[in-house]
Design a protein around this ligand. Structure first.
Ligand SMILES: CC(C)(COP(=O)(O)OP(=O)(O)OC[C@H]1O[C@@H](n2cnc3c(N)ncnc32)[C@H](O)[C@@H]1OP(=O)(O)O)[C@@H](O)C(=O)NCCC(=O)NCCS
Length: 153
């Protein structure tokens, strides 16, 4: 059953929604914290959503719109640790994937920190395969890029 509510971060929108997106992002990706100004700039290019169960903040998502001649979009979902393993990640993912297709994606990729075993397992269970692994300047933990495998047939 889908029981989450989704709010979009808008470049000139509600500060509380932007702060909630920031809180989830920076808690889960402490190696690359983003300021509110950086998030507003990203909201101009990307679809950034915050998800709530009732009034409780549960997670956030990023959909980077289709790029390159393959129309590759990037979908990332994040659920706060205390709300995991209840199906919320799956709901965020379904919503983000629908958005990616609505805005024209033909290929879907995601990116997960290599230290995040739950995230890697989640991506693989949803049909993603690793395509690249790299360490950004100043970081120590690699990022893993994964691509949604073509459906068989
Ligand atoms: C990956 C992530 C989004 C998963 O969030 P989640 O809310 O735990 O996801 P779900 O609940 O839908 O699924 C997780 C597990 O819980 C299980 N589950 C789902 N509903 C359940 C329920 N009601 N009771 C018990 N288990 C349940 C799922 O089967 C799945 O099990 P598995 O890992 O053994 O296959 C979360 O761990 C996260 O934010 N990680 C950091 C960010 C990240 O790496 N994102 C991935 C990039 S897309």
């Amino acid at each position: 059953m889908r029981d989450l509510r989704f709010e979009a971060v808008r470049p000139d929108g509600d500060d509380a929604v932007c702060s909630d997106w920031q809180y989830v992002h920076n808690l889960i990706i402490p190696t690359s914290p983003l300021s509110v100004d950086e998030i507003r700039a990203r909201a101009d290019r990307n679809r950034l959503n915050v998800s709530y169960h009732g009034d409780t903040l549960v997670g956030c998502s990023t959909v980077r719109p289709p790029m390159d001649d393959q129309a590759t979009a990037t979908v990332i979902v994040r659920v706060l640790p205390e709300h995991r393993r209840r199906g919320f990640g799956g709901q965020l993912y379904d919503e983000a994937l629908t958005t990616a297709h609505e805005i024209g994606a033909r290929v879907i990729e995601t990116v997960v920190l290599a230290s995040n075993e739950e995230g890697l397992r989640f991506a693989e269970r949803h049909g993603y395969v690793e395509i690249d692994r790299y360490v950004l300047d100043g970081d120590t933990i690699p990022f893993v890029d994964l691509r949604l495998a073509e459906p068989a047939g």
